[in-house]
Write a protein that binds this ligand. Structure first.
Ligand code: IP8
Length: 245
């Protein structure tokens, strides 16, 4: 049973305080992952108050690149620092966590397609390690460096490793409908298009809309849930919103 879990950047960091780890929240999540003691687990975390401010400062996004080594060092350095904190918290909770820094692993083609090998991740899992990846900068052919989000890595890695279940632990308890209630199940994008704004118009709804579309295409059940539901997800229960196309 291969499980891929994303810990959202706003869950593991204090979003409004630059480069601040949400230490208690992170320790709780790490404890849940340690207690679950899963055989094949991949963890991916987002950028929160570490990666995003640096990326914005240098004008780098997933579609906007910069050929600027100092900017790459800045963003990658901040993300490596957060990764050290996440790996450390997992290690403290008894998880055999090891760091994986995406900038050194993959790149994007000129068209923006992700090229990211996963054989090394499969080998880590076989050896009993828990790889911990993160959103990062990535070299893009013809554009310098762009951003790869943790979500993009989750769907790529889950599909390449044929994951059985995918969990996205975020600050919201699931995908919310127009009245703010958690949608229990999504099997078709049209079910939630209205609630998600139907387009990628704003960052927040666009983020969730893009996430839902990618997860529907995955071929494995994915769940979007809040921090309180991580243990239930890891125990194989339905948590938050179940997304399966
Ligand atoms: O928080 C982006 O990852 P995300 C990471 O998963 C950076 O969107 C470097 C901004």
């Amino acid at each position: 049973m291969t499980v891929v879990v994303k810990l959202g950047g706003s869950v593991v960091t204090e979003k409004d305080q630059p480069e601040t780890v949400a230490a208690d929240r992170l320790a709780d999540l790490a404890g849940a992952l340690g207690d679950a003691n899963l055989d094949d687990l991949v963890v991916v975390h987002g950028g929160g108050s570490f990666g995003h401010p640096h990326a914005a400062e240098h004008g780098i996004s997933s579609s906007e690149g910069k050929r600027d080594a100092a900017a790459v060092r800045d963003v990658a350095g901040a993300m490596a620092e957060l990764n050290t904190a996440v790996v450390g918290a997992l290690a403290d909770a008894g998880v055999p966590a090891v760091p994986v820094h995406p900038f050194s692993v993959g790149y994007r083609t000129a068209d923006g397609d992700l090229r990211f090998p996963t054989d090394q991740l499969a080998a880590m899992l076989d050896e009993g390690f828990v790889p911990v990846l993160h959103g990062d900068v990535l070299t893009q052919v013809g554009a310098g460096a762009t951003i790869v989000s943790g979500d993009e890595l989750v769907t790529h890695v889950a599909s390449e490793l044929n994951a059985d279940r995918v969990g996205l632990c975020s600050t919201v308890p699931g995908v919310l409908d127009e009245s703010g209630d958690v949608v229990r199940e999504i099997t078709d994008y049209e079910d939630v298009a209205a609630a998600l704004g139907g387009s990628d118009a704003t960052d927040v709804t666009g983020g969730m809309a893009a996430k839902v579309r990618a997860l529907l295409a995955l071929g494995a059940p994915a769940f979007v849930f809040g921090p309180d539901a991580l243990s239930a997800f890891l125990a194989g229960e339905d948590a938050g919103t179940r997304i399966e196309g």
